[in-house]
Ligand binder design. Structure first.
Ligand code: FES
Ligand SMILES: [Fe+2]
Length: 417
């Protein structure tokens, strides 16, 4: 009874000033979390699933998620990629419990129904009863009608995407021309090589992680390593651009001479540590492999953050678990034709990112703290005004919150606030 009253009393009116204000209840309301999954993750969006090179061999699989639903990316005996729900059509057991593997078929552990790698039901133990002549399954039971749920799948240069909805527009249209160009800069058709994974569970709502990775303002201040070694500084050249459908991109010009320079800009960065140096400067001295001098990152809403940080190529797979819990799956990769030197450079610079990365360590801590405060003060309101209250335009400075405002403009439209 008391919970009914409490839910009736919830005030879910968006603050008057619009997208430059974010009410804290968006991070802590379980009903909203369920509605977000339906609207976004199971709605007309393309979710990132994995890389083709993660299931390099025929008859292999990898387990991941769309929203909170467990799905499998598989490669069948003929080499074709499929995305299916990791949910047995019989009584709902997950088929694959391992993160990845190789098998002859997909066999459910519960009653051993077997499926091929495209999700078609192949075998039902005791289908005709045992001992005979017990009835077994009804005569009109059709294997062809009891396969795994298949998701619509799209492959773009080694990246695999899937959607639950028949209404999702074609992938190229969904991401738009600007994002497509930047995705294709990294996923350019060269064969990919998987370098490794790391995973972390962050006790925060998934939107807090989304905001964080579309917030260059914090990156120039919170991350001491960034500022100290001149990798990402407010005095660098930036392009910070909101895109349709909740996507965005940020790129900056990497200027190694910045680390020697001090100015009125660096005076405002309390985290800059002049006295710090590194024994091995390779970590912050990438080779300009794309020949444009850029560091780039982009988000394809609602699931992935693609990061090219010097020579580190990493994907941050954002997987909502509960209202206040988000899994972050990191996938590190390079190209199959990288020479040894490039591969070792990628691995060394890989220390920049990941759960304990030199430039990403602080994010999970700060987000856990923000989640705690948001949960205990659901009526509080956050201020998102840097760069201009109504400014949703691309920006040439990192000192802007235009991407967060743009996200909440999009979010409010889709969620009906
Ligand atoms: S639940 Fe999978 S075979 Fe029964
Ligand atoms: Fe950060």
């Amino acid at each position: 009874m008391s919970s009914t009253i409490a839910s009736e009393e919830k005030d879910r009116t968006w603050p008057e000033l619009g997208a430059c204000r974010v009410p804290a209840w968006v991070y802590s309301d379980p009903d909203l979390f369920k509605r977000e999954l339906e609207t976004f993750h199971y709605g007309p969006t393309w979710s990132f699933i994995g890389l083709e090179c993660e299931v390099a061999e025929p008859k292999s699989f990898r387990r991941t998620f769309v929203g909170t639903r467990s799905v499998l990316i598989t490669r069948d005996a003929e080499g074709e990629i499929h995305v299916v729900e990791n949910r047995c059509a019989h009584r709902g057991s997950p088929l694959c419990w391992e993160q990845h593997g190789k098998a002859e078929d997909l066999t459910c552990p519960y009653h051993q129904w077997t499926y091929d790698f495209a999700g078609n039901l192949q075998g039902v133990p005791f289908m005709r009863g045992a001992p005979r002549p017990n009835p077994g399954m009804p005569r009109d039971f059709k294997k062809s009608e009891n396969g795994l749920r298949k998701l619509r799948t799209h492959i773009h240069n080694g990246t695999v995407w899937a959607t639950y909805s028949d209404e999702t527009p074609p992938f190229e249209e969904y991401v738009g021309p600007e994002i497509l160009k930047l995705i294709t800069r990294v996923f350019n058709g060269r064969e990919l090589r998987l370098l490794g994974y790391s995973r972390q569970m962050i006790p925060c709502n998934w939107k807090l992680y989304f905001e964080n990775s579309r917030d260059p303002y914090h990156a120039t201040l919170l991350h001491s390593f960034f500022t100290t070694f001149g990798i990402y500084r407010a005095d660098a050249k930036f392009m910070v651009s909101p895109q349709p459908n909740g996507h965005e991109f940020i790129y900056s010009v990497l200027d190694p001479t910045l680390r020697e320079k001090r100015s009125e800009v660096t005076d405002e960065m309390k985290t800059l540590k002049d006295q710090f140096t590194l024994h091995d400067m390779d970590v912050v001295s990438p080779v300009d492999e794309f020949e444009d001098g850029l560091i780039s990152s982009l988000q394809v809403f609602p699931s992935i953050f693609v990061q090219q940080h010097g020579n580190v190529l990493a994907l941050r797979h954002i997987l909502p678990k509960e209202t206040g819990k988000t899994e972050l799956g990191w996938i590190y990769f390079g190209y199959a034709d990288d020479d040894e030197e490039m591969q070792s450079r990628r691995l060394k610079q890989g220390n920049l990112v990941g759960p304990a990365g030199y430039v990403s360590l602080e994010d999970s801590e700060v987000l856990a703290q923000v989640q705690g405060v948001a949960t205990s003060t659901p009526d509080s309101i956050q201020v998102v005004e840097m760069g201009g209250r109504d400014n949703f335009e691309p920006s040439e400075t990192a000192i802007t919150e235009n991407l967060i405002r743009s996200f909440y403009k999009f979010y409010r439209e889709k969620m009906g606030f």
